[in-house]
Ligand binder design. Structure first.
Ligand code: PLP
Length: 325
């Protein structure tokens, strides 16, 4: 395995010229190894950042200027929309659009999420592909196991690698993947100068996480598919959203979702998603009325499906007869 190299500097060569690595804000060996591994999976060249939001910030700094219109998918990750809205102070124009339909014609940047967290809609790829603007796809929830967004027509794929890619709730990390040399150069320049580079330890967590990514995501998808089916038959559940892949399920309950999320014993009541331990939280208190009041976002981990179902059933307030799958 690639060792973790925490150096911030490497000596210049004997002629006094920088080698491949000379200051870790620009690049470091552990990061470069992890970028090669992720780039191979996505079919492009990857860059790592200090967090998913550092990747979002770097993409905006790299490609937007005052007057740029960014069309972002409605119901995309709340933090992305909140940051983009704040950047309106710098002269950006932000419009939200239904990503299952055409993006607005006048957008300079089209920002989709596959699938959107937590409403789990998917982009209309035919419409995205045909758009003239820069196409950015946040593929955090799909992962390259289920989607290679560059092949679908995205120019830049973005990940919160904090989630599935590292997969254990112990690393904060972001990534972009692109093919076009000018875009890559621009992103790398911004990362180096804005200081949004990832730490070597987080990059190592990515190298480790990618070793098991496919096995984890396939099992999470299998378990989530079964739990989505059982949830749909539960009398307290009014709606289940599940796109048919990934470990993320969101469902609405009538009544107080906080009473459900605090009653689980196996599923951890915490934010974030995509790790080996299942987590669940209601999203309305964070996101307000853009999200149904009763929505719970469940991130399915690697625990046994029946054990997770028993936990959900008891938290939802009692077993329903005949739906033990
Ligand atoms: N994109 C998506 C889809 C996310 O779910 C998140 C975090 O929840 C982010 C981006 C931001 O990533 P990070 O928390 O690593 O900054």
């Amino acid at each position: 395995m690639e060792p973790v190299d925490r150096s911030t500097i490497w000596p210049y060569d004997e002629r006094g010229e920088p080698r491949n690595f000379y200051y870790s804000r620009y690049a470091h060996p552990t990061g470069a190894a992890a970028e090669r591994a992720l780039g191979e999976l996505e079919g492009g060249e990857a860059l790592l950042y200090a967090s998913g939001m550092a990747a979002v910030t770097s993409v905006v700094l790299a490609f937007a200027s005052p007057g740029t219109t960014i069309a972002v998918a409605e119901g995309a990750y709340f933090g992305t929309t909140v940051l983009l809205r704040d950047l309106e102070r710098w002269g950006l124009r932000i419009v939200e659009f239904d990503q299952t339909h055409e993006p607005p014609d006048d957008a300079d940047v089209v920002w989709v999420e596959a699938p959107a967290n937590p409403l789990l809609t998917l982009p209309n790829w035919d419409a995205v592909r045909g758009h003239a603007g820069l196409k950015v796809c946040d593929a955090t929830v799909a992962t390259p196991v289920h989607l290679r967004a560059l092949d679908e027509g995205a120019d830049v794929v973005l990940h919160s690698a904090t989630k599935y890619l590292t997969g254990h709730h112990d690393a904060l990390l972001g990534a972009t993947v692109a093919r076009d040399a000018d875009k890559l150069e621009r992103l790398e320049w911004v990362r180096g100068h804005a200081g949004t580079q990832a730490s070597p330890d987080a990059a190592y967590a990515l190298l480790r996480g990618l070793e098991t990514l496919e096995a984890r995501v396939r099992r999470q998808t299998e378990t989530a598919t079964e739990l989505a089916r059982r949830l749909a038959g539960h009398p307290r559940v009014t709606r289940v959203r599940y796109p048919g892949f990934s470990g993320l399920v969101s469902f609405d309950v009538d009544g107080d979702p906080r009473a459900v999320e605090t009653a689980t014993r196996v599923i951890v009541n915490a934010t974030s998603l995509g790790a080996v331990r299942s987590t669940m939280e209601s999203r309305h208190r964070w996101e307000g009325d853009r999200i149904p009041r009763g929505l719970l976002r469940l991130s399915v981990g690697l625990e046994d499906a029946d054990e997770l179902w028993a936990d959900l059933e008891q938290a939802l307030g009692g077993a329903q007869q005949g739906d033990r799958g």
